[in-house]
Design a protein around this ligand. Structure first.
Ligand SMILES: Cc1cc2nc3c(=O)[nH]c(=O)nc-3n(C[C@H](O)[C@H](O)[C@H](O)COP(=O)(O)OP(=O)(O)OC[C@H]3O[C@@H](n4cnc5c(N)ncnc54)[C@H](O)[C@@H]3O)c2cc1C
Length: 387
């Protein structure tokens, strides 16, 4: 019998619940904690392609995801006066084909929560310290409790405190791609129906679409900036940054920014990649954005989180709980995929947010190039069989 059983997973985003699912399925006993009071529903749609589809099918959640799928019929590019430049079929506009699905991050988080029913999940909890010994990991919670675990997994996102507690500063690097984004919902005042409209000019981009609830529209503002803005965590300051950046943009910017104030799901961040040689140290491992964020621009954050979670739990099972062997395989198997996703993030950041309005030819050439890279990345890893 494996000597590894009790595992603490920090962060109930995407990677945390996913690893809990596979750990339980492979015979371990995970416990999940989350800093916030609830599962966080903010965020734009997430894409699932290639190997990620195999994983969600394996988790028996693919059908549920298809029911909540973002159904887009048309993608329309407009200039800053609102004139249509050209249109694309929805599937192509979203770089989707075949069995690929795109669903809102909040919907996916909810589906994952259903899939881990019965696993202890404690909200409003953070840890103050982690101390490792040869035998276990001693964790002190912010309410003063002390618990001992066999392993700890930091799945606490790009600004992971687990990473800061366990790894030395020279063991990780955060690389800012010079792009910031804000996403939120507003009233569907443009009466869009299964349509996404995108306006890109002067190194800025606004995208707005409505597909599920006809009364509401989702919006994304993306802009290039040389300032490092990821230390601005206050919502009012973040919204002011968007107002400043887009005040002279034209098209619908002013109206959308006006409506932004009333949105209840505003999310803002900079596009940042996390680079590390190893995602494990002693009995602690990092998973998802905490260890290898490729930035939202890559569109691969949830893919990496799902593949990482499956391989992490599977290797632990295969090594019969010999965590040193399992950790080394986790690092080895995942590194080539993470590097490819990081390159894709850089390619997208260089291809979008151009100084001029985007012609049909430029948009088509760009779509073809990105679609080709996305296809390669989504299928480049063969998932080992663990059952
Ligand atoms: C609110 C939100 C909105 C997002 N929106 C988008 C988007 O629009 N587009 C996109 O591409 N990506 C978005 N992301 C990132 C995307 O979810 C990830 O890239 C990807 O799915 C990998 O997920 P993850 O679980 O590693 O990280 P995350 O999804 O970031 O989840 C990390 C979780 O850990 C929790 N946490 C953080 N610190 C602690 C702590 N100290 N203790 C306990 N829990 C902690 C967080 O609250 C969060 O629930 C968003 C993330 C969040 C949290």
């Amino acid at each position: 019998m494996s000597t590894i059983n009790k595992i603490l997973v920090i962060g109930a985003g995407i990677a945390g619940p996913a690893v809990c699912y596979w750990l339980r399925r492979f015979g371990f006993s995970p416990v999940l904690i989350e800093k916030f009071a609830n599962i966080r529903k903010e965020g734009q749609a997430l894409d699932f392609r290639g190997v990620a589809i195999d994983i969600v099918k394996g988790m028996n959640i693919y059908e549920k995801m298809c029911n909540m799928h973002k159904q887009l019929e048309v993608g329309r590019y407009v200039d800053t006066e609102g004139n249509t430049l050209h249109e694309e079929r929805g599937e192509r506009f979203c770089f989707r084909q075949g069995e690929d699905v795109e669903i809102a991050r909040g919907d996916f988080a909810e589906i994952l929560t259903g899939a881990i029913e019965g696993i202890p999940c404690h909200f409003n909890q953070v840890i103050d310290s982690i101390k490792q010994s040869d035998d276990d990991v001693k964790v002190q919670f912010n309410d003063g409790r002390v618990e001992h675990y066999d392993l700890v997994i930091g799945a606490d996102g790009i600004y992971s405190t687990t990473r800061g507690m366990v790894f030395d500063k020279d063991e990780y690097k955060l690389v800012n791609l010079g792009v910031c984004f804000g996403v939120f919902s507003i009233l569907n005042y443009l009466n869009l129906s299964h349509t996404e409209v995108q306006c890109e000019a002067n190194q800025k981009l606004i995208s707005i679409w409505s597909h599920k609830n006809p009364k509401m529209a989702e919006v994304a503002f993306v802009f290039r900036t040389q300032n490092v803005l990821n230390n601005i965590r206050n919502k009012n300051e973040q919204q002011q940054l968007l107002r400043d950046a887009f005040q002279d943009f034209g098209w619908e910017a002013s109206k959308i920014l006006e409506l932004m104030t009333g949105s209840d799901d505003f999310y803002f961040d900079s596009a940042t990649q996390v680079k590390m040689k190893s995602w494990t140290k002693g009995r602690v491992a990092l998973l998802g954005d905490a260890g290898y964020s490729a930035s939202p621009l890559s569109g691969q954050g949830n893919y990496l989180a799902l593949v990482g979670a499956y391989i992490f739990a599977g290797e632990l099972k295969k090594a019969d709980g010999n965590y040193t062997r399992a950790f080394s395989r986790y690092n080895e198997l995942l590194h080539p995929l993470v590097e490819a996703c990081h390159k894709l993030g850089v390619l997208v950041s260089e291809s979008f947010l151009v100084p001029d309005e985007v012609s049909k030819e430029v948009a088509e050439e760009r779509s073809n190039k990105i679609l080709q890279e996305v296809k390669i990345v989504s299928n480049m890893i063969s998932l080992p069989e663990y059952e």
